[in-house]
Ligand binder design. Structure first.
Ligand code: DON
Length: 304
């Protein structure tokens, strides 16, 4: 039996000594205010235990991590039809890259790059009665926590500056891969990215991907096969042009966000989440990746 709390404590004390903590994202101005000395790590195991150290209860902007939850909701509505509008290939490019989208006739490479997430947002707007309210309630239900909310300032900050996302949405619209208006899709997308959650809340929300599609409350949101596919997309596409490096170093399906969070998991075993706002050159949390590499190396718990 491993002493997970001792392992997390050990990783925490190693990581906080690291001098180069990366750079906090500033292209969304509202994110630039976050202190890069924050570092939290949290583990929730399939046997019902959980462990945390550092700032694991402090909410942060989940940003692109929300794309996985949105994908799960879209699949619960559309099943395999989702894959008619978005592919499942790694892009090998930054999250906001556009030229492939034009070359590939408006079919985004995968649902975890921005263009793909905009298509998923479009699907959700078409299927939810009150899209923003209903999506937030879905996330709250997954985490069993009604306190989870959008950060309106972060959403507005991205609305004022997210020009590449406007470009992506307009390209998608020109290829007829958006049913709703560009403005409605972007408004929904900026809000989903602005959701604030702590590591411990994220560990709960991601539990359905550990548990064959059933959330912590044992409700089936996805079939076992759908959960398997979402995990495959996280493994191959969850870290953009660093997906290979993450598989190589860590060896778990996962998803990062420019708020500095990472959620990763070993199916049937555990969810592990980290938060450290400083990013590396590829836009993934510098210390979060290091911490997860130490975790899977120390415990020998990875998919490989
Ligand atoms: O669309 C954007 O640029 C942000 N709302 C989300 C980007 C993001 O989190 C990329 N992740 N590493």
């Amino acid at each position: 039996m491993r002493d997970f709390q001792a392992i997390l404590n050990d990783i925490h004390s190693n990581i906080i000594k690291t001098k180069d903590k990366g750079v906090v994202a500033s292209y969304i101005p509202e994110l630039a205010h976050v202190d890069k000395n924050n570092f939290g790590i949290h583990l929730r195991t399939a046997d019902g235990n959980h462990y945390g150290v550092g700032h694991f209860n402090k909410p942060f902007s989940i940003q692109s991590i929300s794309k996985v939850l949105a994908l799960a909701k879209a699949i619960s509505f559309k099943g395999n039809d989702v894959w008619k509008r978005v592919d499942v290939e790694p892009s090998g490019n930054p999250f906001n890259h556009l030229s492939l989208l034009e070359l590939e006739n408006g079919i985004p490479r995968n649902p975890l790059i921005n263009a793909g997430a905009l298509v998923i947002a479009d699907i959700l707007i078409s299927h939810l009665k009150n899209p923003k309210e209903d999506f937030l309630n879905f996330v709250r239900d997954l985490a069993g926590d009604p306190s989870i909310s959008y950060n309106e300032q972060v959403a507005q900050s991205e609305k004022a500056t997210g020009f590449k996302n406007y470009a992506a949405a307009n390209l998608l619209k020109s290829f007829k891969n958006l049913e709703n208006s560009v403005d409605d899709v972007l408004d929904f997308y900026f809000h989903q990215c602005s959701i604030e959650m702590s590591c411990s809340q994220l560990s709960k929300a991601f539990y359905l991907f550990v548990n064959k599609g059933k959330c912590l409350m044992d409700k089936a949101h996805l079939t076992e096969s759908q959960a398997k596919r979402v995990n495959a997309v996280m493994l191959t596409c969850g870290f953009y042009d660093e997906a290979g490096e993450f598989a190589f170093e860590v060896g778990l399906p996962g998803k990062s966000g420019v708020g500095g969070g990472i959620a990763a998991l070993l199916p049937n075993h555990f969810v592990i989440t980290t938060w450290s706002p400083g990013l590396n050159r590829k836009g993934n949390s510098q210390l979060g990746m290091k911490a997860l590499e130490q975790f899977t190396s120390k415990t020998k718990l990875s998919i490989f």
